[in-house]
Design a protein around this ligand. Structure first.
Ligand code: PHB
Length: 589
């Protein structure tokens, strides 16, 4: 019996009590998350969800206002946007697993020189929460948030050992309902896997006796994996540690020989880390800080949350309800109950052991009855588990767009914000990263062509003579900056180019202090450019964004007065999006 079902029957909302707009919001997000490219037209959304077009429009308008969706193409096309990662982040933070275990997974991956992943049970399926990829051969790469059917991967049989009859029945119902794996968009469907369902029981038995489970090309031809369980102190499997390889390098037997001992050692260290965190959280609870640690697998098949070690109290300070102002501002098209439901669900990220109803109401500034209806609606939708007292966010929320968002490149994140700048200033805006002695463009929104060379993604310029290069160089520690200037050929590109390394060092010091760089016709005559850094959550400048202007059209003073504030706002918005979708992974450019 799943916890969700228990709650749904015991004190779940009477249908009148469930929050319709929240249910419809979930179904719109699910539909867009599954669509190619994470984008759909409103008409397609209406067809896919079975909702009326006018309902889709109101739900979408509210999700756009929350930053979960973006409207493109005259508002007719809806695209998943970074704030939608908030819900997945809430689960990942509450579970604490990536923070506690990803460093050990990284170590194992480096030691074996193979891809390593961590997955958690999600009802009758398996969901990835950490991916460390060293994939060389052509094969699918799963993302954090992707789900696989339990019978078609290594972790599945490990989790299924803990299933009760009801969960096994749920699995059977899914197998019957979805024989073509339509509900698993991450699975390459072209390869129908013979015997995966029939052989599942035997693999569960083997997992029980051997303490590990193989995947011999159950996902796709060539891809093989071995998984071992990571258990909490009192037994239940919290997550599975997998090593993934390819038949061009290994057989399942050789992968077992090569990887199993190190995998078991790592899994034991992971289990100790979870136990240590449990003890620390227990001590904090005894001192009146957090809440008591209750280990043990939840009846819904999701692993019990590992305790967090946290210096701050488990529950956030009471917040004013932010949806009230929005309702006033946006009027009847704004579905306040959808916005409130989402804010309650994301508040569950604050409590590693879940929140009580009172805590959830306090954290969101909502009346208890409102918070209760939202929570019970989320329980019925499979996103929250409850024992009737505490409410805990489940890994299934990752299906609401997390996988797609965690995969966006820096350039893709920047694009809509650069477009906004270009709409306002009617000059071109770009993003670039430092690459050796050059900057390399990773995003570009052109207003018109004003340079003699056409710039596109991939274009390179000498870093020292460009505004974006200068903000990136200014962010380097001083010795590295000195090396850069000593090793780089400083060739004049126009009569204005600063080529004296001492002078350049002074320029970079000033850029570091000002937080922007203005370059006046040093790269090309007639071209003026202003740039600011884009910082990652750790504070490093990972990229720069700029606006380039006709020197004759925009004076340096105007650039500073008008363009700079807009550029700073864009850089801050990109950095905020980057923080939302970063998870534990490093970002592609
Ligand atoms: C993966 O991490 O991509 C993975 C893990 C286990 C499998 C298949 C793929 O069985």
């Amino acid at each position: 019996m799943g916890l969700a079902d228990v709650a749904g029957r015991r004190d779940g909302p009477h249908p009148d009590e469930s929050v319709g707009p929240l249910e419809r919001g979930f179904s719109v997000l699910r539909e867009i998350a599954r669509a190619p490219g994470g984008r759909l037209r409103a008409s397609e959304l209406a067809r896919g969800t079975g909702l009326a077009r006018s309902t889709v429009d109101r739900v979408a308008a509210t999700l756009v206002e929350l930053g979960y969706l973006r409207a493109e193409g005259d508002g007719r096309e809806l695209v998943l946007a970074p704030a939608a990662a908030t819900l997945g982040n809430a689960y990942l933070r509450a579970s604490g697993l990536p923070r506690l275990l990803a460093p050990l997974a990284e170590e194992l991956s480096a030691r074996l020189d193979e891809s390593v992943s961590l997955a958690v049970p999600d009802r009758e399926s398996v969901r990835f929460i950490v991916q460390i990829s060293r994939r060389r051969a052509m094969s699918v790469a799963f993302r954090v948030g992707d789900a696989l059917p339990a019978e078609r991967c290594g972790p599945g049989p490990l989790f299924a050992q803990d299933w009760d009859e009801e969960q096994t029945a749920e699995w059977r119902r899914r197998v019957e309902r979805d024989p073509g794996y339509e509900t698993f968009p991450a699975l390459p469907t072209h390869h129908a896997q013979q015997g995966a369902v029939e052989g599942f029981e035997q693999r569960i038995e083997a997992a029980r006796t051997e303490g590990c489970a193989d995947d011999d090309q159950l996902v796709e031809q060539g891809l093989i994996a071995i998984a071992v369980p990571v258990r909490a102190a009192d037994g239940p499997v919290v997550c599975a540690l997998s090593v993934v390889s390819h038949t061009s390098r290994q057989t399942v037997a050789s992968l077992r020989d090569a990887a199993l001992p190190a995998m078991r050692e790592t899994a034991a260290r992971m289990a100790r880390r979870l136990d240590d965190a449990a003890v620390a959280a227990g001590m904090e609870a005894a001192e009146g800080g957090g809440v008591a640690v209750a280990a043990g697998a939840a009846a819904d098949g999701s692993a019990a949350p590992p305790p967090e070690v946290s210096a701050k109290p488990a529950v956030a300070q009471p917040q004013p309800d932010p949806t009230s102002a929005a309702k006033q501002q946006f009027g009847p098209d704004y579905l306040q109950s959808l916005a409130r439901g989402i804010s309650v669900l994301s508040a569950l990220g604050e409590g590693p052991q879940g929140l009580t109803l009172s805590e959830a109401a306090a954290a969101t500034g909502l009346p208890r009855a409102t918070a209760r209806r939202s929570l019970l609606t989320s329980v019925r939708q499979g996103y929250v588990a409850t024992d009737g007292h505490r409410f805990r966010i489940l890994p299934r929320v990752l299906e609401l767009g997390y996988a797609r968002l965690s995969q966006l490149s820096l350039g893709e994140l920047a694009q809509p914000h650069l477009a906004e700048v270009v709409r306002t200033v009617r000059e071109s805006a770009s993003m670039a990263v430092l690459d050796g002695e050059d900057i390399r463009y990773v995003a570009r929104v052109a207003a018109e062509r004003i340079m003699s060379v056409d710039i596109m993604v991939g274009t390179r310029f000498p870093a020292f003579a460009t505004s974006m290069g200068r903000v990136l160089l200014a962010d380097l520690p001083r010795p590295q900056r000195e090396h850069f200037l000593a090793d780089t050929r400083l060739k004049a590109l126009t009569e204005h180019t600063v080529v004296d390394s001492a002078a350049l060092m002074g320029v970079l010091d000033r850029v570091a202090g000002d937080g922007y760089a203005l370059v006046d016709q040093e790269l090309e005559e007639g071209l003026r450019s202003i740039a600011v850094p884009v910082r990652d959550p750790a504070g490093s400048a990972v990229a720069a964004v700029n606006v380039s202007m006709h020197a004759a059209r925009t004076s340096a003073d105007e650039a500073k007065a008008v363009v700079l504030p807009l550029l700073r706002a864009a850089a801050a918005a990109i950095a905020a999006d980057l923080a939302l979708v970063s998870g534990a992974a490093a970002r592609r450019e």
